[in-house]
Design a protein around this ligand. Structure first.
Ligand code: HEM
Length: 140
């Protein structure tokens, strides 16, 4: 049972990560599109669908199954898990911020540059590397 929950947890995390890595990249292209253009309106649909249909359900599933695993294994007390929890909370905050950006793009009120979104694109990568090392290597 535990191994099945873990497998589905990893599948959910991969779907969530795919969105966290792709959405800021869409923002990079969207900032270059003229307001009101066909491209800009197409990016709005792509961004909203990616967030609502894939990323948010995948995040909720990752959290639900991750907390289930933690309650079965009593991981709460382990330092690697506590460090992972902090990073996952930061990742969820990033998800929330990307949702704010989607809303701004929808209303054509984005003020951030493509350079900003290029930098933002690095955050989920760095968090993912640290989280996977913590959960697999368990260095402490
Ligand atoms: C959303 C909140 C999350 C919670 C509460 C959570 C919790 C857990 C727990 C308790 C385990 C079992 C660890 C074990 O049996 O050794 C696990 C496994 C795993 N988690 Fe998460 N996790 C979350 C999100 C993530 C994220 C964002 C990633 C990657 C970016 C991730 C990657 C993994 C991997 C790769 C495993 C399998 C590790 C192994 O068995 O070797 N998790 N998670």
């Amino acid at each position: 049972m535990y191994e099945w929950i873990k497998a589905i947890h990893i599948i959910a995390v991969m779907s969530w990560m795919a969105g966290l890595l792709y959405l800021p990249r869409l923002f990079v292209y969207h900032t270059a599109a003229e307001v009101g253009s066909v491209q800009s309106e197409t990016f709005k649909v792509m961004e909203r669908r990616l967030l609502k249909a894939i990323m948010t359900p995948a995040m909720l599933l990752s959290w639900g199954l991750g907390l289930w695993l933690a309650s079965l294994s009593h991981a709460w007390t382990m330092p690697w898990f506590q460090a992972k929890a902090v990073l996952v909370i930061i990742m969820s905050g990033l998800h929330g911020y990307l949702g704010v950006c989607v809303k701004r793009f929808t209303k054509d009120t984005n003020t951030k540059s493509s350079r900003f979104f290029r930098f933002l694109n690095e955050a989920p990568t760095l968090l993912m590397v640290a989280i996977v090392i913590l959960v697999v290597v368990k260095p402490f």
